[in-house]
Design a protein around this ligand. Structure first.
Ligand code: HXC
Length: 264
């Protein structure tokens, strides 16, 4: 990709976009991108801004080549009580990350631990570098995962492997994560962002209404019984018949040409 066209100003993340792809880079390298209150807030605000930006179709969240994120900021958490206002505020910002409607790709290199692993799992697709290590070491601190680790990890890798990670606190290598389906694929470090961007561009070229409905429907499967999920899928499926892009997609196929999608 060439020059970034837009860059938003945040203290703890770098938020950039070029055309339909936005990249948000966690930017506390000295603390291994530990997820402080301020970082989570910046990340959440940047993602929300891109979610509302019609030019952006897909987001990439990364920590750069060295580390994705070493978890919640332990220094910050050390003195906190359960009802501290900042903890509640933090959760509010963190929860908004789960509500992003556009596809989000995590590009993970190095440690993705605790809240870092949970952040990656909140994304829709995870591309990992060969150095990635994903884990939930919270037990070593006398806590348990607090942003979805016990739930999303279990759904991703199954009960027994999840138990081992959460109870023993040991991280998974990139190769193992790929084998267990916790990451989509593993690439050499220097190709990580390129691979994530290539995936992002592929998705960005698809009709936007169908992409949005597809993400919503897949996420629905985690929260519903099969019958309800199938009903939801069926409704979204027929809803898309009202879109111009659906008509164009089918017409173009029959006319043996490339479709020209308008996002309507
Ligand atoms: C605050 C952190 C940090 C963290 C690293 N640092 N992880 N600061 N919070 N989670 C800081 C270190 O204090 C150190 O700062 C600097 O980053 C470099 O870290 P080192 O430990 O010196 O690096 P290294 O020896 O390479 O070890 C890397 C590591 C280790 C294995 C990732 O840092 C580590 O175990 N970190 C904690 C991982 C963890 O427990 N994560 C889960 C957090 S709980 P100084 O100033 O000394 O140079 C969580 C709960 C989520 O995530 C729930 C959300 C609601």
């Amino acid at each position: 990709m060439g020059k970034w066209s837009i860059r938003m100003d945040f203290a703890n993340v770098i938020a950039e976009k070029e055309g339909p792809v936005a990249v948000i880079t966690l930017n506390r390298p000295q603390q291994l991108n530990a997820l402080s209150y301020d970082l989570v807030k910046d990340l959440s605000l940047a993602m929300q801004a891109f979610d509302q930006d019609d030019q952006v179709r897909v987001m990439i969240v990364t920590g750069g080549e060295k580390v994705f994120a070493a978890g919640a900021d332990i220094k910050e958490m050390a003195d906190q009580g359960p009802f501290d206002e900042r903890i509640q505020e933090r959760l509010k910002y963190r929860d908004r990350i789960n509500k992003i409607s556009k596809p989000v790709i995590a590009a993970v290199s190095g440690f993705a631990l605790g809240g870092g692993c949970e952040l990656a799992m909140s994304c829709d697709i995870i591309i990992a570098s060969e150095t990635a290590r994903l884990g939930q070491p919270e037990v070593n601190l006398g806590i348990i995962p607090g942003s979805g680790g016990t739930q999303r990890l279990t759904r991703a890798v199954g009960k027994y492997r999840a138990m081992e990670m959460v109870l023993a606190g040991e991280a998974m290598s990139a190769a193992e994560a790929e084998r267990f389906g916790l990451v989509n694929r593993v690439v050499p470090v220097e190709l990580l962002l390129e691979e994530a961007k290539s995936m992002a561009k592929k998705i960005a070229a698809k009709p936007v209404l169908a992409v949005k409905a597809a993400k919503e429907a897949v996420l629905k499967s985690a929260n519903t019984a099969l019958d309800e999920g199938l009903e939801f899928e069926r409704k979204s499926f027929y809803m898309l018949f009202a879109s111009e892009d659906r008509k164009e997609g089918m017409k173009a196929f029959l006319e043996k040409r490339k479709p020209e999608f308008k996002g309507k």
